[in-house]
Write a protein that binds this ligand. Structure first.
Ligand SMILES: CC1(C)[C@@H]2CC[C@@]1(C)[C@@H](OP(=O)([O-])OP(=O)([O-])[O-])C2
Ligand SMILES: [Mg+2]
Ligand SMILES: [Mg+2]
Ligand SMILES: [Mg+2]
Ligand SMILES: [Mg+2]
Ligand SMILES: [Mg+2]
Length: 542
């Protein structure tokens, strides 16, 4: 029923208070560890350059990324991919495993290699893959992984995914995979394909798997174990700074109903911005996540319709005088956003000579307008169709200000044309926000609808199609898969900086990570996600 008056979100307090966050420490800040890591990095560079067998080289590159250390080797890896040898399409080999591995890594590195490399493995009337490959577990696994790099209309990759999934699942069920490491890799891929996995939050579990492999390289393993501890020490420093900012805003004290989740906000950024040098960007992004969470809760839980209309009007006007008409709890929200935007815009103007205020302002206005639409729907008991809902909800998830701020942070020389293209909302923005929105609905909408919120994608589909919840969830999962095809195409074509495109893809990936198993790893602090979070931020890797 429609509850009026002040509600609560039913969220638990934070698991880590200010003092516990400030007390985290790591011995891996010391030079002795940094020097050892530097020496190991040089040895792995040699390893990369010595690899004459290109499949072994591809496997090493894949392993380095999954263990979270490939950013040390960007230059060496780029050299390898740009060498003619790797780039030729008419590869002689007729081996499913190496063809699929090469295809995935080339596409992941921005080469739009054609799906036709798989034609050889299809049956005569090209409607499916040749069943003679159905017993090659390693080849099937790489074919399955490669299929997630598909853009719309790439029929062969569509067929590849179904073919590989069918036979991999069969081999798992029939216990036909004797190699425990291969079985682990297959189960891991069937749960989440590599292409959908963020790097740092998954690194620890992959290092665990790597050290059990007979073909693991001890130098690579030592570097991976040392490096994840070194990066943990860096992440802790960044988290402490973000926590000091959050504490100084006093938003938690003044708005006790909002989610106090600064650690989870910071954790999110370790998936979005995976490069060591982007520490300041992670701290800025943490602030955005915290502000979006706060305002989302004001609209979803606490504000009356009149107050929400006033807040929206004040943001639309974007002048400091507008604060006066707002109730006190909204004044502090307003000023927190206003100050944050102007502070980041100041940096962009100072460092890059570009005035980002009009674009950042538009991003925040678009967000609160979408919140107001949802609030109106809720208070009027409106049940939108799935299409009507998504048309607004890809905006109300908060990805637009996130990506707008990231655009200015991650673009070195800012061109007016690229800024306009980004802010008309380029397809890559909508794809990223949609892959952020849909897993969020799968993870949070049951709690949200129970406490009182607008029907979300799952509920809209159930209402519209008179479908069961499981049918609705399956449909939403298929929408995520479809949206990834748009994201894949945009990643290959987009005119934006490599780091921005990477962050846009990772923003959605991290939602899939936070809401894995369709539970709320953010608001409700789901234990599985919390274990991964502690493993990356707090517990050293021994
Ligand atoms: C960072 C976020 C993705 C953004 C702010 C907090 C979130 C975890 C999510 O919160 P939620 O309440 O689920 O958003 P919505 O469903 O109310 O739009 C929206
Ligand atoms: Mg909400
Ligand atoms: Mg909301
Ligand atoms: Mg809402
Ligand atoms: Mg939600
Ligand atoms: Mg919600």
């Amino acid at each position: 029923e429609i509850q009026t008056g002040r509600r609560t979100g039913g969220y638990q307090p934070t698991l880590w208070d200010f003092n516990s966050i400030q007390s985290f420490n790591s011995k891996y800040k010391e030079d002795v560890h940094l020097e050892r890591a530097a020496a190991l990095i040089e040895q792995v560079k040699m390893l990369l350059q010595e690899q004459v067998d290109d499949v072994r080289c591809l496997e090493l590159i894949d392993d380095l990324r999954r263990m979270g250390i490939s950013s040390h080797f960007d230059h060496e890896i780029a050299q390898i991919f740009n060498s003619k040898y790797f780039n030729n399409n008419e590869t002689g080999e007729r081996d499913l495993y190496s063809t699929a591995l090469r295809f995935r890594l080339l596409r992941e590195h921005g080469f739009s290699v054609s799906q036709e490399v798989f034609d050889y493995f299809k049956n005569d009337n090209v409607t499916d893959f040749n069943p003679s490959f159905a017993h090659e577990t390693k080849g099937l696994l790489q074919l399955y992984e490669a299929s997630f790099l598909s853009a719309q209309g790439e029929e062969t990759l569509e067929i590849a995914r179904e073919f590989a999934r069918k036979f991999l699942e069969k081999r798992v069920v029939d216990h036909e995979i004797d190699d425990i490491n291969l079985l682990t890799s297959v189960e891991r891929a069937l749960e989440f394909p590599t292409h959908w996995r963020v790097q740092m939050p998954n690194a620890r579990s992959f290092i665990d798997a790597y050290k059990r492999r007979p073909d693991m390289n001890p130098v690579v393993l030592e570097l991976a174990k040392l490096d994840i501890n070194i990066v943990q020490a860096q992440f802790q420093q960044e988290l402490k700074e973000a926590s000091r900012w959050w504490n100084s805003t006093c938003l938690v004290q003044q708005l006790p109903f909002v989610r106090d989740r600064i650690v989870e906000c910071y954790y999110w950024t370790t998936g979005v911005l995976e490069r060591r040098q982007h520490g300041n960007e992670r701290i800025m992004l943490t602030k955005i996540f915290a502000l979006v969470t706060t305002i989302d809760d004001v609209f979803d839980i606490y504000g009356t319709v009149e107050e929400l209309q006033q807040f929206t009007a004040a943001i639309q006007r974007w002048d400091i005088e507008s604060m006066n008409q707002l109730p006190p709890y909204m004044q502090i929200c307003y000023l927190a956003v206003f100050n944050f935007v102007n502070e980041t815009a100041y940096d962009t103007l100072k460092e890059k000579g570009f005035n980002s205020v009009p674009f950042l302002r538009k991003a925040w206005v678009d967000l609160v307008e979408s919140y107001l639409i949802e609030a109106d729907w809720y208070y009027n008991g409106h049940k939108p169709s799935l299409e009507e809902y998504i048309e607004n909800a890809w905006i109300s998830i908060g990805g637009i200000p996130i990506l707008s701020h990231l655009f200015f942070q991650l673009t070195d020389s800012i061109e007016e044309e690229a800024v306009e293209s980004m802010h008309k909302y380029h397809d890559i923005v909508r794809a990223s926000c949609t892959i952020l929105r849909l897993p969020d609905d799968l993870g949070t909408s049951l709690d949200e609808v129970e406490r009182g919120d607008v029907p979300k994608s799952v509920q809209c589909y159930m209402n519209e199609k008179n479908a069961s919840e499981e049918e609705a969830r399956e449909h939403v999962r298929s929408l995520i898969e479809q949206t990834w095809k748009t994201m894949n195409k945009e990643m290959m074509m987009s005119p934006f900086s490599k780091y921005f495109v990477e962050a846009a893809a990772n923003l959605g990936r991290m939602a899939q990570c936070i809401y894995q198993h369709e539970r709320d790893g953010f608001g409700m602090q789901h234990s599985l996600v919390n274990k991964m979070l502690r493993g990356l931020l707090f517990d050293s890797y021994e």
